[in-house]
Design a protein around this ligand. Structure first.
Ligand code: DAH
Length: 359
């Protein structure tokens, strides 16, 4: 309050008993007003509709003119000064509050941050991408097919009729379909059915690869998993030969396993190719001299392949007189095991970050 009212005005007020009492009240009230709420209470008590200064100013109407002027002037001066003082105090409180909250909420940038675990792409996903890139670079298109498949695509149209001995070699998971025949629907045992689906819907020429999951009734061990990944390949065109297959797989093997890799074909049997072969790549660990990974042979088996059997073409309406083709299928886990020397296929599915981070 000190200094709130100019000295001459204060002196004049003190000469009047009503004003000096009011002034004393006001000083007392302001002394203890230290927060927003109490400032507001002071405002209401003195400047509100029934406030002391308001009442004083209302009461002067009945007074003689000269007295009215004097009290009016002093009362209004007091009102103005009080308003100013309240404004000043409010502002000071706001500044103090702001400073206090800035101090309270200060961020301590010296504290160590919280560690965030980032995921990475799974090794198998990366191998699949790598395989895709290699074949896309040779003009192939990436296609997909369903994992729940019909017997027709998985076996029959791949030249594997019910009586065929190779069918019993693949332990198949069948899917029970209400009202359907048992053994009509199954989890595909390989990605080869995608060949049939693509040929059914696309006229030749055709250059495709089909990555995806396959399922077999296998007991998990170091080299078997009931769910695994394959990449299927199919090329159909006029005049495609076994030499084209060999050249294509050589390019693939060198890009995947290293420039100086060699490829060899061993005669084999698949119902959907004739002739068929198992394809080996020279061991990338020992370079062909023989080691633990290649079991001393110098060679690693990486895929099955062959020339598309004309019977398969007849299922999809391709003209086997005009077109020929080759096909191949590789196991992604096996390629990853060989390329990175992973000792056990089950590591891929444990999803232990300590292992996955190594590759
Ligand atoms: N589908 C065969 C398997 O799962 C792999 C395979 C062999 C695919 C020869 C082919 C092929 O396309 O021509 O063992």
């Amino acid at each position: 309050m000190q200094g709130m009212i100019p000295e001459d005005v204060a002196k004049e007020m003190e000469g009047d008993p009503r004003l000096s009492a009011l002034l004393a009240d006001l000083q007392e009230a302001l002394r203890s007003a230290e927060d927003m709420d109490s400032l507001e209470r002071v405002r209401v008590a003195f400047l509100g509709r029934k406030g002391k200064i308001t009442s004083l100013l209302q009461g002067i109407r009945e007074l003689p003119a000269e007295e009215r002027r004097r009290l009016g002037r002093l009362g209004n001066a007091l009102k103005g000064h009080l308003e100013e003082e309240l404004g000043r105090r409010r502002e000071r409180l706001l500044v103090e509050e702001l400073e206090e909250s800035l101090h309270r909420e200060r961020i301590d940038i010296t504290l160590p941050g919280r560690h965030v675990n980032f995921g990475t792409r799974h090794l198998l996903s990366r191998i699949i991408e790598e395989i895709e890139d290699i074949f896309v670079g040779m003009g192939y298109r990436v296609v997909e097919g369903p994992e729940v498949e019909l017997d027709y695509y998985n076996f029959e149209a791949l030249n594997t009729p019910d009586w065929h001995p190779s069918k019993s070699l693949q332990d198949t998971f069948y899917v029970e379909v209400p009202g359907g025949d048992y053994e009509d629907v199954l989890l595909r045992t390989h990605t080869s059915p995608v060949q049939v689906r693509v040929m059914e819907s696309t006229p030749p020429p055709l250059y495709v690869i089909a990555p995806g999951k396959a399922y077999r009734h296998d007991v998990p061990d170091a080299t078997h998993s009931p769910m695994f990944h394959q990449v299927e390949g199919l090329a159909v065109d006029e005049g495609i030969s076994l030499g084209d297959l060999k050249g294509t797989l050589e390019v693939f093997a060198r890009k995947m396993f290293g420039e100086d890799r060699r490829v060899r074909f061993r005669p084999h049997f698949f119902p959907f190719t004739e002739p068929s072969a198992e394809v080996d790549v020279s061991c990338n660990i020992c370079g062909g001299g023989g080691c633990r990974v290649c079991k001393g042979t110098g060679w690693l088996e990486i895929l099955g392949a062959g020339m598309v059997d004309p019977n398969v073409f007849s299922y999809v309406g391709y003209d086997a007189e005009k077109y020929s083709g080759f096909a191949f299928g590789m196991g992604v886990e096996r390629i990853a095991l060989l390329k990175y020397g992973v000792p056990d296929i089950r590591f891929f599915f444990d999803n232990d970050l300590r292992l996955l981070r190594q590759y």
